[in-house]
Design a binder for this molecule. Structure first.
Ligand SMILES: Cc1cc2nc3c(=O)[nH]c(=O)nc-3n(C[C@H](O)[C@H](O)[C@H](O)COP(=O)(O)OP(=O)(O)OC[C@H]3O[C@@H](n4cnc5c(N)ncnc54)[C@H](O)[C@@H]3O)c2cc1C
Length: 410
């Protein structure tokens, strides 16, 4: 061991939305216990601040839903603590089905909404077009509307968690890298940093795209791959009303939401990009996601989108945003207690849904770190469900990239 820098009950590697959320719940539920969150950059600098930030509640993967419901609950809780609004945009979701397969999925989704007591009803193509004037609805077989869905500013969400956690006693250290885990046999004892060792009863890896490297040190093969997510923001136009709903177009494998008078949209590219965690620079903004700002990717699939958004050919694109999310072959989260080692938790593998599920993930890991039971069923997210995998191998990266490009929604 090196010189001791600090000691805590819990140390978290990574101050993105997961790390900040865990710190919030841990300090709320365990007053007097010490937790340290370490980020080598500024808080929420990586995936979190780049997210489109749909806070989707109603989705086909039912195991995500209680986690997202908790996010809505905790936002209201933190707004009370801080006496400030987070300005969540409760604009609702339009879900348009234009094929028999997607129609069956929409029916299932409406039933799921009912099961979870969430408002949802069908609307006419005219109503949908009135709410979202850019949307061409003549191919719609059916359109569902979920009025209570929202999107948010993801950076604000992360910093609401961190500000409340600080008020409750959490310590955040920015600009300091966790270089390695401190291991003694099968026990993880904390992290090494250039300032010295941080010794902790429990270590939580919440380092996003870089998480497979810490897992490897502990002999754990983390089943996820850093995979590019990307979206575009158009120029402003009157056809994109500021308060219009989020639109999900599973037949186009696309989503869109208003962004201050512009339209923000994402579409599954034909060839997704998954890379080894070893090649991602420590500041994700130094990574070249696309030399042409996604123009080639977009041009390969734009016809799919144009079926529902014909003006996409005429409207200028103002911004291109890309970042890494941890994808898995089954599009389920990949997180939980690290197998085969002691005192190590992996808050990882967000499959592009980390903003939505951050509340539940924060609560789950805070409870696990305190030695309590996980209040949620994480069996679908089990770290050993794919058997023995090499998360750095080209075959694995290809499997995860394919899972993203074939995903139709969520
Ligand atoms: C383009 C895009 C669109 C998205 N859209 C949505 C959406 O609409 N809805 C949704 O729910 N989710 C969305 N996501 C996913 C969401 O952004 C992520 O799931 C979420 O931000 C993951 O948070 P995190 O804390 O795990 O990771 P991150 O935010 O990446 O945080 C990891 C942190 O770890 C730090 N770190 C790494 N290594 C070290 C080290 N050695 N020492 C110290 N610190 C370290 C990094 O600096 C970073 O701050 C999107 C993502 C992208 C990229």
């Amino acid at each position: 061991m090196n010189k001791q820098f600090k000691k805590a009950d819990v140390v978290i590697i990574g101050g993105g939305v997961f790390g900040c959320a865990i710190a919030y719940y841990y300090t709320r539920n365990n007053p007097g216990q010490k937790i340290i969150v370490l980020d080598r950059n500024e808080l929420c600098n990586a995936a979190t601040s780049h997210a489109a930030a749909l806070v989707t509640k109603i989705r086909a993967k039912k195991s995500f839903i209680p986690l997202s419901l908790e996010t809505y609950q905790v936002v209201a809780e933190m707004e009370k603590i801080l006496g400030e609004s987070m300005d969540m945009k409760f604009c609702g979701v339009i879900h348009l089905a234009a094929s028999e397969a997607r129609l069956a999925e929409l029916k299932e989704l409406m039933a799921i909404a009912e099961e979870f007591n969430q408002a949802a009803h069908y609307i006419s193509p005219e109503e949908a077009h009135q709410m979202s004037p850019w949307l061409k609805t003549d191919e719609a077989l059916s359109i569902g509307y979920m009025p209570d869905e929202a999107y948010c500013d993801p950076y604000l969400l992360g910093t609401f968690f961190s500000r409340c956690a600080k008020l409750q006693g959490a310590e955040f250290i920015q600009g300091l890298e966790a270089t390695n885990l401190i291991m003694e046999g099968n026990d993880v004892l904390g992290v090494h940093t250039k300032e010295g060792d941080i010794i902790a009863g429990t270590t939580i890896v919440a380092s996003g795209a870089w998480a497979p490297k810490f897992a490897r040190e502990a002999g754990v093969s983390l089943p996820m791959a850093p995979t590019r997510s990307q979206y575009w923001i158009t120029e402003k136009n009157a056809i994109f009303p500021v308060n219009s709903p989020i639109v999900l177009l599973p037949d186009a494998q696309a989503y869109a939401r208003p962004e201050g008078g512009s339209l923000l949209f994402g579409i599954r590219e034909r060839n997704s990009l998954s890379v080894s965690a070893d090649v991602i620079p420590s500041d994700v903004n130094d990574f070249s996601f696309s030399p042409d700002k996604g123009v080639q990717d977009l041009s390969e699939v734009i016809d799919r989108l144009a079926r529902f958004f014909p003006k996409v050919y005429d409207i200028g694109m103002k911004y291109y945003v890309a970042g890494f999310s941890g994808y898995t072959p089954d599009n389920n989260l990949s997180m939980g207690i690290a197998p085969g080692v002691n005192h190590l938790l992996m808050a990882t593998g967000c499959v592009g849904a980390g903003i939505s599920v951050s509340g539940g993930v924060g609560l789950a890991f805070a409870e696990l770190a305190a030695g309590k039971e996980n209040p949620y069923d994480f069996s679908a997210f089990d770290l050993q469900r794919f058997g023995e995998v090499d998360p750095f191998s080209p075959e694995w990266l290809e499997r995860c990239a394919r899972a993203r490009s074939t995903k139709v929604s969520g």
